[in-house]
Write a protein that binds this ligand. Structure first.
Ligand SMILES: [Zn+2]
Length: 592
């Protein structure tokens, strides 16, 4: 949805940043700015600044930053549109209605209405005398009435057309019900009378899937006996993409402790919430996708994987670790001992024991080390050597030398070998996969940038000089919109070497040509909160002269960096070689 600029200006005019922030943070005068303790990271000395003149905030500690809309997105865990709605309501402005939108919007709204109606229908049926079978099943699984109601659980009647008839009485057509994936069409016939359509969910306990805005977007259904399929989920619709949604994220996002527990199934999540672990979520009957990992990273910094203890669950854990790391999340893996899943564990041993187990959950390195020795007998010398080599390989993937040493010392203790022997093994693996001289070069470049910057603009470390010039250009442009025409004549987005800065430049350019200035509140449509934080960080920290000379110097730097870009490419090739090397090793089965 595209938001009109007038509406954005109205929001910003009515929702003064200082007064909005003051509701969450105790602000004190600090020159022309206001200072307080950052609400986005824990600190004892204030490094969170609000600039009333420019209407933006910035934290020197964690790099968070943006305008009033970004602030609300971050602190209330809302997406862009919902943050606007939140502020509009506070300011008493009507949110622009999207009645005039295209057919998809109308269809989406209709599906959401039908889903809500269906959820009410299933829940009502569960609580009726006919739904007793379902209710007893849930009570047998030790769910309390308030949990059942809180999650809106329901029961689908054992009939072919109960929901169909109900929705029809509410004025929906079979076609619309099909679009919502609540009803299916019988394949053999082609007329569209109601006899040819049937309820998708029958004789199942129903778990409504609710998104972060509180919309019912789909359903999961579980059989009460052993018939197949055990679980049935809604097919993808205009409001639901299985690979991009997470069960109970609407509740877990307010858990607010930066950690989420990732489970395999609905029942695990519900049991965990009931036991007080309200930061639990699950994928919807599929393995984790990168979209889901990124979605989690909007609300948490760390994920504790809590999959089933069987081998399928363990294999899924391994895959999930990679994806979660890729999304910038730190990962721990829970080792569930004595039960097959978290639900059963809590029932058997109670919530306190589970909490203890959570606290003990290891990093993914620990987990991989555990996995490496599963099938080995460490009393056998040959197998001990195998384990040592595998373990050294795992340690060679750790960037931090201190962290590496911690694990090496643990291993040394466990296997009764010297820590030096392990560390030299690690070093030799590192050397084999990599030309150490070049690695030093990369390391040096990495240490210059560091912090959150790496995650948002990973290419910066390899194009440092150009990236710095790019950032200066962005700041100069932000503060001096009048330079835009002159700049456009000598610089285009294609000249940028790092993708992130290029994307920012493109966005600034669009804004400047459409509105004549750059406004931070137009960013959230194209950037996430972390990226906006990074942009504010650049605008705040980078010192520029505001003179045209500096601008043209920076342009010259970018354009002269083609040779450095070549070096960057060479490093890319090295990275690639290392990866291929690793894959080759995997193929041959051995570590070397
Ligand atoms: Zn902060």
């Amino acid at each position: 949805m595209s938001i009109s600029d007038t509406f954005l200006q109205e929001i910003k005019f009515r929702c003064d940043l200082e007064s909005i922030v003051s509701r969450y943070v105790d602000l004190k005068k600090n020159g022309r700015a206001l200072k307080g303790l950052c609400p986005f990271h824990s600190e004892k000395t204030p490094s969170f600044l609000v600039h009333p003149d420019e209407q933006f905030f910035h934290c020197f500690g964690c790099g968070a930053g943006g305008d009033v809309i970004t602030f609300i997105m971050k602190i209330e865990n809302l997406d862009y549109i919902d943050a606007l709605k939140f502020l509009a309501e506070k300011a008493g402005i009507a949110f622009p209605d999207d009645q005039a939108d295209d057919g998809t919007t109308v269809l989406r709204r209709k599906i959401l209405e039908m889903n809500r109606e269906a959820a009410k229908f299933f829940h009502g049926y569960l609580l009726s005398s006919q739904g007793l079978k379902g209710l007893n099943y849930l009570k047998d699984r030790k769910l309390s009435m308030s949990t059942i109601t809180g999650f809106g659980l329901g029961y689908a009647p054992d009939k072919w057309d109960s929901l169909l008839k109900h929705l029809k009485s509410k004025g929906y057509s079979e076609e619309e019900m099909c679009e919502a994936a609540l009803v299916s069409r019988r394949r053999t016939e082609n007329s569209s009378t109601s006899e040819n359509h049937y309820d998708q969910f029958r004789n199942r306990v129903i778990y409504p899937i609710i998104d972060v805005r509180g919309n019912v977007i789909a359903f999961g259904g579980r059989v009460l006996d052993n018939s197949m399929p055990k679980y049935l989920n809604s097919a993808d619709t205009a409001v639901f993409k299985k690979s991009r949604c997470l069960y109970a994220l609407n509740r877990a996002k307010n858990g607010n402790n930066n950690t989420m527990i990732l489970c395999e199934g609905y029942m695990d999540v519900i049991a965990l919430h009931q036991a007080g672990f309200t930061n639990s979520i699950a994928t919807l009957g599929t393995s984790l996708t990168i979209e889901q990992a990124r979605l989690i990273s909007r609300y948490a910094k760390e994920v504790i994987i809590s999959y089933d203890s069987d081998s399928a669950g363990q294999n899924a854990s391994k895959r999930a670790i990679g994806l979660l790391n890729e999304a910038g999340l730190s990962v721990k893996v829970l080792k569930i001992e004595g039960s097959k899943d978290p639900d059963e564990y809590i029932k058997t041993y109670g919530a306190d024991k589970f909490r203890l187990m959570l606290e003990k959950s290891g990093s993914h390195i620990e987990y991989r080390l555990e996995q490496a020795k599963v099938k080995l007998d460490l009393k056998n010398p040959e197998q001990r050597i195998t384990y040592l080599k595998d373990a050294a390989f795992i340690l060679s993937t750790i960037e931090s030398p201190i962290e590496c040493e911690v694990y090496a010392s643990k291993l040394a203790h466990e296997l009764e070998v010297s820590i030096d022997a392990i560390l030299s093994e690690v070093t030799s693996i590192k050397k084999k996969g990599f030309i150490s001289k070049d690695k030093l070069k990369i390391k040096k470049q990495l240490s210059v940038t560091g912090g959150i910057g790496d995650r948002i603009n990973p290419e910066k470390s390899r194009n440092l000089k150009a990236a710095n010039a790019e950032e200066s250009i962005l700041v100069l442009l932000y503060r001096n919109p009048n330079y835009f025409d002159k700049l456009s004549a000598i610089l285009s987005a294609d000249d940028f070497l790092t993708n992130f800065n290029r994307k920012v430049f493109e966005n600034f350019s669009v804004q400047l040509s459409e509105y004549g200035d750059v406004n931070l509140s137009r960013l959230p449509e194209k950037f996430n909160v972390d990226e906006i934080g990074k942009i504010t960080d650049i605008l705040e920290k980078r010192q520029v002269s505001n003179k045209w000379n500096e601008m043209s110097d920076c342009v010259a730097i970018i354009k002269n960096q083609s040779s450095d870009k070549l070096l960057g490419n060479e490093l890319d090739i090295l990275y690639k070689m290392r990866k291929e090397n690793e894959q080759e090793k995997k193929k041959t089965g051995g570590i070397y």
